[in-house]
Design a protein around this ligand. Structure first.
Ligand code: ZN
Length: 399
């Protein structure tokens, strides 16, 4: 929830923390002065030009975007003039770009919600405890709000057509509550459970994989000969996860902008337009079309989820090849694949291991959520294979 500016500033003063600010009620609309120490994160509440110099005729900093739209966050580095007075400009940083926005209108900016410092520990035991700053939900949760979020925080080079480059505000990433690196470890070498290089998981998740390995050992036939359980990934940082999703969103946004004011000149261009606009819709809905979650925290970023497959082993023992089988591209009409998926469900969701699976992704397992089985698109064996086959692999549908 966002606190209104006057209340937030009052809280800052009460907290007695480093930043200083005061309310100067010179008229009915509460005026305020900026904190005197910089930098400070602020959020736009009105569109503001982002210029290379402190003047309204200065060139825009960003080639394609003269105005930053609310609720863009900027880091205010300094003020030229008196904040809220005619002619005042703020020197700001936005996505690594330095420039100026006018700051002569106090209703166009407010302190960014997460920038308030925590109360000092010396506040004493009778002081109310600070509310948890860990955000439980995504940073944006719809096609349009996520388009805006990605455009505000990320850039993308259409010539390269590669991943996006994002610079999310540090306070936002902190609010996502990723586990500290010290709470994660690489998956150890096990007999039947293998991991891609670099897979990091929490101690609890690693313990679950040890139990899965033991389950396979004590249940001959749990896996067909020459097959293993392959862990693709577990912990993925909020930053990486969000950057990946924004990469798709920005591609869709680019394709839509490309055709906004352009009329195809011939049949070939007409066909290209149709194809690219259809692609754009897919890119803008990565949750629906790619089974990804919106930017922000989720089960992978909290270290509670792993993507796990059954793989067929071939090649020499010292350098084996693993062919992932229970993946989206698997032929779901082939009964062999359904059988493999069922075996994986049994290995991962039996009571000793205790994982639950997404009912629309045969590889996504979550840990420590046993109560979530059969709820919120989750399932356990044998229901996953009996009631949710084939998994649509295109995000949730009707659950
Ligand atoms: Zn997953």
């Amino acid at each position: 929830m966002r606190t209104s500016l006057p209340r937030r500033i009052a809280a800052l003063v009460l907290a007695g923390a480093g930043l200083t600010a005061s309310i100067a009620p010179t008229d009915a609309t509460a005026q305020f002065r900026l904190p005197t120490r910089f930098p400070v994160e602020m959020e736009l509440t009105k569109p503001l030009g982002f210029r290379v110099g402190p003047g309204l005729s200065a060139a825009p900093v960003l080639a394609n975007r003269n105005y930053l739209q609310p609720p863009t966050r900027v880091k205010v580095v300094a003020v030229q003039g008196s904040f809220g007075s005619a002619g005042a400009f703020c020197a700001v940083e936005y996505l690594g770009n330095k420039g100026y926005i006018r700051c002569d209108d106090t209703s166009a900016l407010k302190l960014a919600p997460a920038s308030a410092p925590a109360p000092p520990p010396s506040a004493g035991p009778s002081a109310p405890s600070a509310p948890s700053s860990v955000s439980s939900g995504p940073f944006c949760s719809s096609k349009e709000t996520c388009r805006k979020f990605c455009v505000d925080n990320c850039t993308f080079d259409p010539k390269q057509w590669g991943p996006a480059t994002c610079r999310f505000p540090a306070s936002l990433l902190t609010s996502a509550g990723d586990p500290p690196r010290s709470a994660l470890a690489p998956l150890p070498a096990l007999t039947y459970v293998k991991a891609e290089p670099g897979v990091l998981a929490s101690a609890a998740v690693i313990d679950s994989f040890r139990k899965a390995d033991a389950y396979i050992q004590s249940h001959p036939g749990a896996l067909p000969p020459g097959h293993v359980v392959m862990v693709d990934n577990c912990y993925r940082s909020t930053e990486k996860n969000s950057t990946r999703v924004c990469g798709f969103v920005l591609k869709g946004n680019h394709l839509q902008n490309k055709w906004k004011d352009r009329t195809p000149q011939n049949a070939a261009e007409e066909a290209t337009k149709r194809r690219e606009l259809a692609d754009a819709e897919d890119y803008l809905e990565p949750k629906e079309t790619k089974g990804l979650s919106w930017p922000g925290p989720g089960q992978h970023t909290r270290g509670n989820a792993c993507d796990v497959k059954i793989a067929k082993v071939s090649g020499p023992e010292h350098d084996p090849d693993y062919d992932d089988l229970t993946v989206c591209r698997a032929d779901t009409k082939d009964p062999k694949n359904r059988d493999l998926s069922r075996r994986l469900d049994e290995i991962m969701t039996n009571p000793a291991v205790g994982a639950v699976r997404l009912n629309y992704e045969m590889w996504h397992f979550e840990f420590g959520l046993t109560g979530a089985a059969a709820k919120n698109c989750r399932c356990v064996a044998p229901d996953c294979a009996d009631k949710h086959w084939p998994p649509m692999c295109k995000g949730p549908s009707g659950c």
